[in-house]
Design a protein around this ligand. Structure first.
Ligand SMILES: Cc1ncc(C[n+]2csc(CCOP(=O)(O)OP(=O)(O)O)c2C)c(N)n1
Ligand SMILES: [Mg+2]
Length: 578
């Protein structure tokens, strides 16, 4: 091919390289990157792309709203460890993704977001359906880029997958104007990606590792504090081996649940604002806190000044910017949790810590997660206990945000990674139903249960229709208290029970589910819970169960905002109930 007639990046290359349209390049790069499932919604400027998707070997799921599609891609990524992919049109389509992108960003979920954009010559002209998508999403993406020349498209897409899935994962957005999707360029073979300024460190510094191992061996009262980073690094097996070898109790953040089997005696369950009393006490009394893939979030630490006051802190994390961000770290180890935990397990000594474990056992016996079981009313915690009894960890649990989310964290026992999918960092109501869909597509042979709140369900319940269309047997258990329960709890405790605007009028959720073509049930008696769950688990269709639970139940224990971790409210209530 003559230099003159070559499109874009073909000018300097052998003529054998295939020439493709931008849309062809997008679809072929998705396939090259191993994408077999994606989510998204149509619109004018993405039509060239959708035309290429017409007969592409990609399972394409259309949500009812772009936010839903984004949460589906996010949950698909969380359930599989693969990169989730979502596409939306320019302007309103891209804007509808914002909550979903921010949710993925806060929880470090690998995702590639493709948005259509108006023609390059119209950008900045307030063109129809124009929004400055890269401007709007800059603070909520790990990286974003607008492709203004078709010859950059293939490399931008490859870099997007690379950046999304390496280091601390996160969402990467590629904005593609419609003229780029129809312009032509050369398709180049895949080469190793090198990005100046994007350095990845997988092995920990050997001196730091030695110091960490020594501190662990010298510790009499250590606690391992594990976050979602261990799940992201697929390091659960290495975590178990390390905890066993070093003889350490393990507490997890909301995002870390599932990384360590909660049925193990060494599990302290979740820590933090609604964590277990035994985890919080152990953290406050420990002499060494080993944080792995966790970021000292304020919901975990409570008052920073008095957090783990007697502890030396080891922090293992892939992201150097999270070291000493909130608390001073004595021994930082930057690198991949899987590699570092394996290296540490090899060198750390096994120490007898019977006194420490005895103390923990005492706390555990005295302050288990509990609730008033005496009354014959339908308690939300009881529903979750029954879900546990019926599934014993063999289910993917997803949630909305609120009290029900905390009870799902407290009363279900997670025993494997990628089986608890929840919006931790952003706390996004409405995450539940679309996340259940994404997880069910990722794990077609497993039971997927959304433990949802009535107000959360109201936000994205239209996606039940998507579950019906794609014949996904998701189960939705609404713990319906007729309130924005978590808000009502704060109003009860901190605003003198002035329940300002925190209750909504709900529709009949079972009837809504039926109208969508799903199965709908209503349960208002404790005696009917077991049978309803058993029926729900056998259902082949999407199934929504509206559990009308006690309206003013609270989540205990609770560390009020700004208090120290050991200053938990509600323990006396626990004691009277235990
Ligand atoms: C999108 C969004 N809007 C507002 C909030 C603030 N918020 C946190 S929990 C909550 C109430 C949740 O109510 P529901 O889903 O019924 O759950 P419950 O607490 O009753 O279990 C609200 C409004 C939020 N987290 N997300
Ligand atoms: Mg509610």
């Amino acid at each position: 091919m003559s230099k003159k007639s070559s499109p874009g990046n073909c000018a300097q290359t052998p003529s054998e390289l295939p020439i493709k349209t931008g849309a062809e390049i997008i679809v072929d790069t998705l396939i090259e990157q191993g994408v077999d499932t994606m989510f998204g919604y149509l619109g004018g400027v993405v039509l060239p792309l959708f035309d290429r998707l017409y007969d592409a070997p990609i399972n394409f799921i259309i949500p009812r709203h772009e936010q839903g599609g984004c949460h589906m891609a996010d949950a698909y990524a969380r359930a599989t460890g693969k990169v989730g992919v979502v596409v939306a049109t320019s302007g309103p389509g891209a804007c509808n993704l914002i909550t979903g992108i921010a949710t993925a960003m806060m929880d470090s979920v690998p995702m590639v977001v493709l948005t259509g954009q108006v023609r390059t010559d119209l950008i900045g002209n307030d063109a129809f359906q124009e929004a400055d998508t890269t401007g709007i999403t800059r603070p909520i993406t790990k990286h974003n880029v607008i492709v203004k020349d078709v010859k950059d498209l293939q490399q931008s897409l490859r870099e997007a997958f690379y950046i999304a899935s390496t280091g601390r994962p996160g969402p990467v957005l590629v904005d593609i104007p419609v003229d780029i999707a129809v312009a032509k360029a050369c398709s180049r073979p895949l080469e190793e990606i090198r990005l100046p300024g994007y350095k990845l460190q997988s092995r920990g510094h050997s001196r730091q590792l030695k110091m960490a191992a020594k501190a662990i061996s010298n510790s009499k009262k250590p606690v391992l504090y594990v976050g979602g980073g261990v799940i992201a690094a697929d390091a659960s097996e290495e975590l178990r081996a390390f905890a066993e070898k070093a003889n350490l109790p393990v507490t997890m953040t909301l995002m870390g649940l599932g990384s360590y089997d909660q049925q193990q005696p060494g599990s302290l369950d979740m820590l933090g604002m609604h964590g277990s009393a035994y985890a919080n006490y152990a953290v406050q009394e420990c002499d060494l806190l080993i944080a792995v893939g966790s970021r000292f979030d304020d919901r975990v630490t409570g008052k920073l000044k008095t957090f783990a006051p007697g502890a030396k802190i080891v922090h293992i994390d892939i992201d150097p910017s999270s070291i000493s961000k909130n608390v001073h770290v004595d021994i930082p180890v930057v690198g991949d949790a899987k590699t570092i935990l394996k290296e540490l397990a090899d060198v750390v000594e096994h120490k007898d810590r019977s006194d420490w474990f005895a103390k923990i056992a005492e706390w555990k016996a005295k302050h288990p997660f509990t609730y008033d079981k005496a009354k014959d009313v339908l308690k939300p915690q009881y529903v979750i206990e029954q879900l546990w009894e019926a599934t014993r960890g063999n289910a993917v649990i997803v949630t909305g945000v609120g009290q029900h989310q905390m009870w799902a964290a407290q009363f279900y026992k997670y025993n494997k990674p990628r089986h608890f999918i929840t919006s931790g960092g952003l706390g996004t109501m409405g995450f539940g139903v679309p996340a259940a869909i994404g997880a069910q597509i990722a794990r077609p042979d497993e039971t997927v249960i959304d433990i949802d709140g009535d107000s959360s369900f109201n936000m994205t319940m239209n996606e039940i229709c998507t579950a019906v269309q794609y014949q996904l047997p998701i189960k939705v258990c609404i713990l319906n208290n007729g309130y924005m329960g978590m808000v009502r709890q704060w109003q009860e405790l901190f605003y003198g029970k002035r329940y300002s605007k925190s209750s909504l009028e709900n529709p009949d959720f079972a009837a809504v589910a039926q109208a969508f073509g799903a199965v709908g049930m209503t349960v208002d008696k404790k005696a009917d819970v077991k049978e309803a769950i058993s029926k729900m688990l056998k259902e082949k269709k999407p199934c929504v169960v509206d559990f009308r639970v006690e309206r003013e139940e609270n989540v205990w224990p609770m560390v009020p905002a700004g208090k120290s971790l050991h200053e938990m409210d509600g323990l006396e209530i626990f004691e009277s109930m235990a």
